[in-house]
Design a protein around this ligand. Sequence first.
Ligand SMILES: Nc1ncnc2c1ncn2[C@@H]1O[C@H](COP(=O)(O)OP(=O)(O)OP(=O)(O)O)[C@@H](O)[C@H]1O
Length: 230
Amino acid sequence: MGETIIKIQNLIRSYQMGSTTLNALNNVTLDFTTGEFTGLIGPSGSGKTTLLNIIGSLDLPTSGSAEVLGRKIETLSPKQAAVLRNFEIGFIFQTFNLLPVYTIYENIEFPLLLQPQLKTPQRREMVRQALEWVGLADRAGSMPKQLSGGQCQRVAIARAIVKKPRLVLADEPTANLDAQNSANIMEIMLKLNRELNTTFIFSTHDEKVIKHLRRKIKLADGQVVSDESI
Ligand SMILES: Nc1ncnc2c1ncn2[C@@H]1O[C@H](COP(=O)(O)OP(=O)(O)OP(=O)(O)O)[C@@H](O)[C@H]1O
């Protein structure tokens, strides 16, 4: 059993829609430990992205608490939340979110520039290593538009892991990929999980992701309806 790194307690995230309140998350209590390879699974609108966003300190609970890597998300100032994200959490999105006017190298280097203590030679070595992890060492000088969708997602993975975060949050990472590319990026993430013990939490309804998960948390209408580990 690994160390508990995320503790979610009685979490509610609601949105006011005119006179009605919609509970995107409705009393969620969950723990996550180091080295998990876990998915939040559920139909559209079940609250997967909302939960990932709160864990990633991109959003705040309405009530309840979310403790992530020793910090209570609901108590962080915007600056403290940014520090947590910049230093300790990697993000992967379904739309890749690469910066189109920068090279692949620069895209991967970008999160390292937010850590001023890292000097150029260190950054260069870290980017080189991340490119190798995802099999794109020969494309450092390319622009995102010269790469396929699968290659762009591999760049996004490299960007997420270049700072060796303890936690990677991946929101529907295979949504825009075909079967072969999905298998490929899952293989890369499994390898990172195995070799660096990086904790991965996915939001997904893709069977190509689900079949690799060691823990499956099903959400429906903002609530946890099952939580199974193999
Ligand atoms: N900014 C917002 N304002 C109002 N309602 C919102 C907002 N963001 C999310 N919601 C609502 O919260 C609920 C949960 O949304 P969420 O995006 O977390 O679902 P999801 O499971 O990730 O869905 P999908 O698989 O489609 O991405 C939905 O009913 C959604 O409409």
